[in-house]
Design a protein around this ligand. Structure first.
Ligand SMILES: Cc1cc2nc3c(=O)[nH]c(=O)nc-3n(C[C@H](O)[C@H](O)[C@H](O)COP(=O)(O)O)c2cc1C
Length: 179
């Protein structure tokens, strides 16, 4: 599959079949995460791959918005260390994007669960604290996101796009004059 096709086919998958991933697929996804770039090539983010079903059930309680993790064959927890790089959040997010496309290319679906909350420190600490406790994540690591991967149980509808003119600007930030 070409990268453009993976980009065009990618949707969030919220329901998964109860089917394990082959070991080579898990290793390939780990390879993709290792290849994702970071600012200054710093080791600013790390990934915890979780296949244990009991652990996934507990981890799904990190926020109310990741029920799909209970069905996922693989959970990928992205942690990042702000002491290592000021680009920690961008590094962590970019790796998740790479992973999403690779999952599509492998015939898999993925869902994204935001954990780190940039505007509510108390809520972020609560969410991160839960994942931290379940997975023994050290305090210097921020818990950015938890991703769920598996074989999709439903075929997603084509994506309804925001109009191109609302998204893309050429040369300078510009909006059409209101009618
Ligand atoms: C930064 C970010 C945070 C997200 N957080 C969640 C989340 O907590 N739970 C969830 O079910 N989906 C989450 N999503 C998925 C988005 O809601 C979804 O990607 C968006 O509606 C666009 O749909 P699409 O992925 O099918 O194109 C998140 C996506 C991104 C990029």
């Amino acid at each position: 599959m070409k990268v453009i096709e993976a980009i065009e086919r990618r949707r969030e998958t919220g329901r998964f079949q109860s089917k394990a991933l082959p070991e080579e697929t898990v290793q390939l996804l780990a390879h993709v995460l290792q290849l994702a770039p970071t600012g200054n090539n710093a080791l600013s983010r790390e990934f915890i791959l979780v296949r244990d079903s009991t652990r996934l059930q507990t981890l799904a309680e990190t926020t109310p918005y990741m029920a799909w993790l209970r069905e996922a064959a693989l959970g990928v927890v992205i942690v990042a260390n702000p002491m290592v790089s000021k680009y920690w959040l961008q590094d962590a997010t970019l790796a998740g994007g790479f992973l999403w496309l690779a999952a599509v290319e492998q015939g898999l679906g993925m869902a994204w669960g935001a954990v780190y909350h940039s505007e509510d420190a108390v809520e972020s600490a609560r969410r991160e604290g839960h994942a931290r406790q379940v997975l023994h994540i050290p305090s210097e690591q921020r818990v950015v996101a938890i991703l769920g991967i598996g074989y999709p149980a439903v075929e997603p509808a084509p994506k309804k796009l925001h109009p191109r003119s609302a998204v893309i600007h050429f040369e300078s930030f510009s909006r059409p004059a209101p009618a």
